[in-house]
Design a binder for this molecule. Structure first.
Ligand code: SF4
Length: 253
């Protein structure tokens, strides 16, 4: 049977059925089911949730491609962890980097760190450094696997196991949607999964270095991301569509 015959399409009923199937499985079962639906790509930020998924893919030798967005502004700890993870699990993590012409055009218009000045400038930077590389990472994929969890933020509280991404025209699978952070930590400890040392220093959610700070006790997990912005629903646009500055036109893709 081919992928195109078994992949559930975007009908709400088909996605709801898949969602219920995924809910009844453990992590490996969820990933195995997703991998059987078509060409599957897992995008990792090397955060603790994503390390849990990468470990499962590597341990169970699942036919899922692993990709990361090397934005050029990552913490050194994150960059080092990419190689450590590849070595530990014997897999290859494909790096997708921004187009240099886009980066130069952004810097010319907004300044290299112009993202602090306005939400528009921040969206434009994420567009250049994340969204366009993500589009290349997902090119040709039928299944997009993510480490989204409902407990990460109010904005993610209704994250399903399966959803159809109409913007990218693929099925998005979130196999950790119902995992609490305590479960994540227990699993990482039990399986001795390598994680970013920044988690121990108050960074539960780690993105680009200039846009991530440690959180204070009691703050939401993602409070350290783009902390200078007031919008409680701030995201980078990977999982929630955000407006994009239209003036970054140096590169045609
Ligand atoms: S998180 Fe910050 S540095 Fe990274 S792409 Fe977005 S605005 Fe740019």
């Amino acid at each position: 049977m081919t992928h195109t015959q078994v992949i559930p399409h975007q009908t709400p009923q088909a996605v709801a059925t898949l969602d219920a199937q995924l809910a009844a499985l453990d992590l490996a079962g969820r990933l195995r089911l997703a991998a059987g639906l078509g060409r599957a790509v897992f995008t990792t930020s090397l955060g603790i949730e994503d390390q849990v998924i990468t470990a499962a893919i590597g341990t169970h030798r699942l036919p899922i491609e692993v990709a990361t967005l090397e934005t050029g502004r990552l913490f050194m700890e994150t960059v080092v962890l990419i190689g450590q993870t590849e070595e530990r699990y014997g897999l290859s993590i494909r790096r997708f980097r921004p187009d240099e012409r886009d980066v130069e055009a952004y810097a010319a218009q907004y300044g290299l760190n112009g993202f602090y000045d306005s939400v528009e400038a921040r969206h434009a930077c994420c567009h250049v450094r994340k969204l366009k590389p993500l589009a290349r990472a997902l090119s040709g994929a039928e299944i997009w696997i993510t480490g989204l969890r409902r407990a990460q933020s109010g904005n993610r509280a209704s994250t399903p196991f399966a959803e159809y991404d109409t913007e990218r025209n693929l099925l998005k699978i979130n196999p950790l949607a119902d995992w609490e952070i305590g479960t994540i930590h227990a699993h990482v400890a039990a399986e001795e999964i390598p994680v970013n040392p920044l988690h121990q220093r108050g960074y539960p959610s780690i993105g680009c270095e200039p846009c991530t700070r440690a959180i204070k006790p009691g703050e939401p997990e993602r409070a350290g991301r783009w902390w200078w912005e007031q919008d409680e629903k701030r995201e980078c646009g990977l999982h929630v569509p955000e407006p994009v500055a239209s003036a970054i036109t140096a590169a045609p893709h």
